[in-house]
Design a protein around this ligand. Structure first.
Ligand code: NAD
Length: 493
């Protein structure tokens, strides 16, 4: 059955769950920029549950795509063909699926084809939240958190601010028009996976606005809120094979199905300047301080993902669950979290870090997600400094580190160096997805020069090359890795 509004009545409720609310009564209250898999598996699912609570019909979502590639156009057509409906298949830790239809996205706008309708929507007083998942790169901030005002997209929108093409151009122009019309502003709600995502969005919006009109920037600073939130759910890329499996499972011909683990977490700072849906009634948590949750997630979950992916790729594995299924890699990651991370990490009050560790390992073992190791290892240039290096620093910053056990952390960095060479232990070549490391840097960092590697741009500030204990641990890891490969080395580490 092709998926659309009309088909809903003919779907088999034993194979797929269908929302109970009357979709014809739902109106738009949220505009979301960047309707990728994650948004459709996370926020749109929470809203789908909110809409089922009477009185919340005004919190439907309008999806907005700013992409000008042919694939964005094709996606917009697929969404329209299906009346913006899609299947979300959630797999439990044992790989058992459960599919539901998500109806919370009620309209989809492809901004390059329809810029004025998009702007009119953002200016409409009914829109009270503008949320986004535009990836980390979409915020135009450099590694020090400075706004890159010379970025091409920023410059283009500054030249013609009334006809923007980029996220911040749209947001600032919409806020300018709302201010002029005396309309309340909307909350700007980033749901991207980065620390202080609300602060990051605020920095980007205000920086852009200041370049355009300082007075407008001041008004935004005073009147618009930018809540921080910690988002967590694995929503991998859906391959044709997985899409076919969903079709077989449900009998529904969905052009753009989404799959996810059945775990989901959303911790939000309650700071919405123009109202919000009752997220707390559908599983999200509100807190005044998101930072301890982000801290725990970054140091434990994200760092472990890297600790699986770098050795996993070099060992020749393809998927996260496969690599973690290897007892040597499992032990490395378990010990890394238990002995290296937990003793130097403070989580949110009342949360046990050992329970959190066990949950992370169980989630990563999910065989149905087929999460690719190269995707997780990708952009290590940004992930290592954010997630792993702070833990290494905790163990190496003291004057005397000779009593510290640095083996696992040094081993992971040695695997990073091996990964940069793009060849695994089985002799297969692969291409590291490292958009922030130049070709020359890759060759240099991947060479045998230990001092050069430990002093490379992303490791330099830790002073590891001058730390005798760390150099010793690193050389030990390398001496095992070279002749024995990842798995052999881990047996003797
Ligand atoms: P995706 O590739 O499916 O979607 C990304 C979306 O962002 C697309 O719609 C794309 O058009 C849009 N986009 C990209 N760059 C943009 C830009 N500069 N301006 C405006 N829109 C832009 O990816 P995804 O899996 O949905 O992930 C998106 C983000 O969600 C990630 O970057 C991450 O911050 C967060 N996230 C993802 C997961 C996951 O497991 N997939 C988990 C937690 C958080």
């Amino acid at each position: 059955i092709k998926l659309n509004e009309k088909a809903l009545a003919n779907l088999d409720p034993k194979r797929v769950k269908i929302f109970k609310y009357d979709r014809s009564k739902v109106t738009a209250g949220i505009a979301h920029i960047g309707v990728g898999n994650f948004h459709r598996a996370h926020q749109a699912r929470y809203i789908d549950d909110c809409l089922a609570i009477p009185g919340n019909e005004s919190w439907g979502i309008v999806g907005i795509s700013l992409g000008d590639r042919p694939s964005s156009k094709a996606k917009a057509k697929a969404m329209k063909d299906q009346d913006c409906l899609y299947t979300l298949t959630e797999y439990d830790a044992k790989g058992k699926p459960s599919t539901r239809i998500i109806g919370s996205i009620i309209q989809y706008l492809h901004a390059p084809e329809d810029p004025e309708t998009t702007m009119t929507m953002l200016v409409d007083p009914a829109i009270r939240i503008v949320s986004m998942t535009i990836t980390e790169g979409g915020y135009h901030l450099d590694s020090e958190g400075n706004f890159q005002s010379d970025a091409e997209a920023v410059q283009a929108d500054l030249k013609d601010p009334e006809h923007p093409k980029d996220t911040f151009g749209y947001i600032v122009e919409a806020l300018a028009r709302r201010r002029k019309a005396g309309t309340e502003p909307f909350t700007v709600f980033s749901c991207d996976n980065q620390r202080g995502n609300g602060d990051v969005a605020k920095q980007a919006v205000l920086s852009f606005a200041r370049l355009r009109d300082p007075e407008l920037a001041e008004w935004i600073e005073k009147n618009v809120s930018f809540p921080n939130s910690m988002v967590d759910r694995i929503a991998p890329t859906v391959t044709e094979e997985e899409a076919e499996a969903v079709r077989k499972l449900t009998g529904i011909d969905d052009q753009s199905p989404v799959i996810a683990e059945n775990f989901s977490q959303w911790v939000i700072k309650d700071e919405f300047c123009n109202g919000r849906p009752p997220f707390e009634k559908v599983g999200a948590e509100f807190t005044q301080n998101v930072a301890p949750y982000e801290h725990m997630k970054g140091r434990m979950l994200n760092a472990s993902h890297t600790a699986i992916a770098l050795p996993g790729v070099v060992a020749g594995y393809e998927y996260v669950h496969e690599a973690l299924g290897d007892p040597e890699i499992h032990r490395l990651v378990y010990d890394f979290m238990t002995k290296d991370v937990i003793p130097v990490t403070k989580g949110p009050d009342g949360i046990s870090l050992t329970d959190y560790r066990d949950m992370v390992l169980s989630r990563f073992s999910n065989p149905a997600l087929k999460d690719q190791l190269v995707r997780i290892a990708g952009d290590s240039a940004n992930k290592l400094p954010t997630f792993l290096l702070p833990t290494i620093n905790e163990h190496t910053e003291d004057e005397d580190t000779s009593s510290r056990d640095l083996r696992r952390m040094a081993f992971i960095l040695a695997c990073f160096r091996r990964y940069l060479r793009g060849i695994d232990d089985k002799g297969h070549k692969f291409t590291p997805i490292e958009p922030h490391i130049s070709k020359e840097e890759r060759a240099e960092w991947g060479s045998e020069n230990t001092e050069g590697f430990l002093n490379c741009r992303i490791l330099e500030s830790l002073g590891l090359a001058d730390n005798e204990a760390f150099v010793k641990a690193f050389n030990h890891a390398v001496s095992l890795l070279k002749p024995q490969g990842v798995l052999g080395a881990l047996r003797h580490l």
